[in-house]
Ligand binder design. Structure first.
Ligand SMILES: *[C@@H]1O[C@H](CO)[C@@H](O)[C@H](O)[C@H]1NC(C)=O
Ligand SMILES: *[C@@H]1O[C@H](CO)[C@@H](O)[C@H](O)[C@H]1NC(C)=O
Ligand SMILES: *[C@@H]1O[C@H](CO)[C@@H](O)[C@H](O)[C@H]1NC(C)=O
Ligand SMILES: *[C@@H]1O[C@H](CO)[C@@H](O)[C@H](O)[C@H]1NC(C)=O
Ligand SMILES: *[C@@H]1O[C@H](CO)[C@@H](O)[C@H](O)[C@H]1NC(C)=O
Length: 483
């Protein structure tokens, strides 16, 4: 003890240097391990570390086109280093006058009625979580998303983009909120005596479901099939539709779509492909070929050349409805099971002609013959529905989201807090994750703060809506056999 027992052939500094190096190595190891850990656990808007929704399966996204390091750095950079700390809570004064909302905004109260007495507790949200693909929490104008399952294609990105644009449009005015969202097609929460009403947002619903409809992603764009934001598409469809007057269009009904989705209606529709016998032309959309051809055949603005356009649901509701209605042609709507948020504002015989699902070809034939014999009335139907869609401009979409969120937030009986597993999303985090094509589509639908207040929400009118549902059912029922 106490004597110096240094080995003569060792330099005095080698031991600490060795330790420092070792320490650095271990630290780097831990760091890399943690980074790797983080990268393989962080769930993202484009589907990293997420499984497809089990209730609607689709092939899981493959990311084996990038190296592990590239993936890890992308995930960490986009998820953790994209959103600044600036809050956007300063309200911008409105300088324009308030307008009235379209009448169908009354449905907001109707959709939320199941919770108007009981209200919505945190426990209820935890119960409906098992049906959600993600959870959206807004606090002080910032958006946090907890991802549970992946969504097909870029639905999640364009849906979240819609929320972010809403926040940008009405800074400081969107209330704190906590909502469960499913991005897939079919409503899940049946209205029946054994079910507690569970609140979940999705793109469509039915009269027999509690699911709350919300504007679908395609209002901001659908890059996979080259559909631009609604504002652009509506304008170009309307211009395309005006190339010929209604009377100069082909005097039969037209449908173009994918008949290979699981849809008995679309399958039956193929049988009506005869302009002489049934007054209908049914065309197959081959998306593989369209993608290869640069979407020349599927341009929506070139699809308004017929007096009648058929709408047939696919696996559930179809986003194609809005483009069909924008055409100014007479919509022939095969009695749908599903509603999206705006289609409930349409009324049979005023905005479209109902087609019996049990009797599709003869029903189309009857409608086409009626229209060709009553061109003025038929033209009016086409015009009325095109006007309906024109009033449903993107400002109104944001207004609908705004009112729906405000009314829903009033029902929460707890104060929303940021879930510990959520990630903040902002415009920059989406641009960070977006590929080149998606970036272009996102940029095309970027919005600005509104100088007009959200439109004036109509009074609650749930009894009138119930009456309207019955009237609609009656008209549709009475036209099942004869127009
Ligand atoms: C890899 O493929 C995925 C989709 O399969 C895509 O979103 C991503 O941008 C691609 N990454 C690169 C670096 O090309
Ligand atoms: C109620 O709906 C659920 C699904 O949401 C279903 O599993 C159940 O069988 C239904 N019950 C009745 C009585 O229809
Ligand atoms: C419908 O008929 C037209 C013209 O006869 C044809 O070009 C088209 O391929 C047919 N559609 C289907 C889905 O078979
Ligand atoms: C769609 O088009 C592609 C490419 O032209 C072709 O290989 C495929 O068989 C087509 N699919 C159908 C269902 O016609
Ligand atoms: C529709 O009509 C059938 C028979 O005409 C009737 O049994 C049924 O109750 C009607 N449904 C509605 C919703 O009016």
């Amino acid at each position: 003890m106490g004597t110096v027992a240094r080995k003569p052939n060792r330099s005095p500094t080698s031991l600490p240097l060795f330790r420092v190096l070792l320490f650095a190595l271990v630290l780097t190891g831990i760091f890399l391990f943690e980074v790797d850990n983080l990268a393989t656990q962080t769930k993202t808007i484009i589907g990293y570390n997420l499984e497809p929704t089990p209730w609607h399966e689709f092939p899981a996204k493959q990311f084996n086109n990038e190296t592990k390091i590239a993936r890890a750095s992308r995930i960490i950079q986009c998820s953790f280093f994209s959103c600044g700390i600036k809050s956007h809570t300063n309200q911008i004064p409105f300088t324009r006058k308030i307008e009235k909302c379209p009448r169908f905004f009354r449905w907001i109260h109707h959709d939320l009625e199941p919770w108007s007495e009981t209200r919505i507790s945190h426990a209820l949200l935890m119960e409906v979580k098992k049906f959600a693909s993600f959870r959206v929490v807004i606090i002080n104008g910032r958006l946090y998303v907890d991802y549970y399952y992946d969504c097909v294609q870029s639905r999640a990105m364009f849906t979240i983009w819609g929320f972010l644009q809403l926040l940008k449009r009405f800074p400081g005015r969107v209330p704190d909120v906590d909502m469960m969202f499913d991005c897939m097609d079919k409503p899940l929460i049946e209205r029946n005596s054994s079910n507690t009403p569970l609140p979940i947002f999705r793109y469509c619903t039915t009269p027999n479901h509690y699911d709350i409809p919300f504007p679908d992603w395609s209002f901001w764009g659908w890059p996979e099939i080259n559909i631009g934001p609604w504002e652009e598409e509506f304008q170009s469809i309307k211009e395309g539709s005006q190339k010929q007057s209604w009377k100069n269009k082909y005097p039969y009904a037209y449908w173009r779509g994918n008949p290979d989705v699981v849809s008995p209606i679309r399958e039956a529709l193929l049988q009506c492909n005869d302009t002489e016998q049934w007054g209908a032309e049914i065309m197959r959309q081959n998306w593989t070929r369209e993608v290869m051809d640069g979407f020349k055949q599927s341009k929506l603005s070139n699809q308004c050349n017929h007096r009648y356009k058929i709408y047939a649901e696919g696996y559930a509701w179809s986003v194609s409805l809005k483009y069909i209605l924008a055409c100014g042609c007479v919509p022939l709507i095969i009695n749908p099971k599903y509603d999206d948020f705006f289609s409930r504002g349409l009324f049979p015989k005023r905005n479209y002609l109902p087609i019996s699902p049990g009797n599709i070809c003869p029903s189309i034939k009857t409608a086409v013959e009626w229209g060709n014999e009553n061109p003025i009335k038929a033209d009016e139907i086409g015009k009325s529905v095109q006007d309906f869609m024109e009033r449903l401009n993107i400002d109104r979409i944001y207004d609908y989201m705004f009112h729906l969120i405000v009314e829903y937030a009033k029902l929460l009986n707890f104060k929303p807090v940021r879930p510990s597993t959520s990630h903040e999303e902002c415009v920059d985090s989406l641009y960070c994750f977006a590929d080149q094509k998606q970036t272009g589509f996102l940029a095309r639908s970027a919005t600005m703060p509104s100088d007009a207040p959200p439109c004036m929400l109509p009074q609650q009118a749930n009894r009138q809506i119930d009456k309207m549902i019955a009237q609609k059912a009656n008209i549709i029922n009475s036209t099942q056999l004869l127009m």
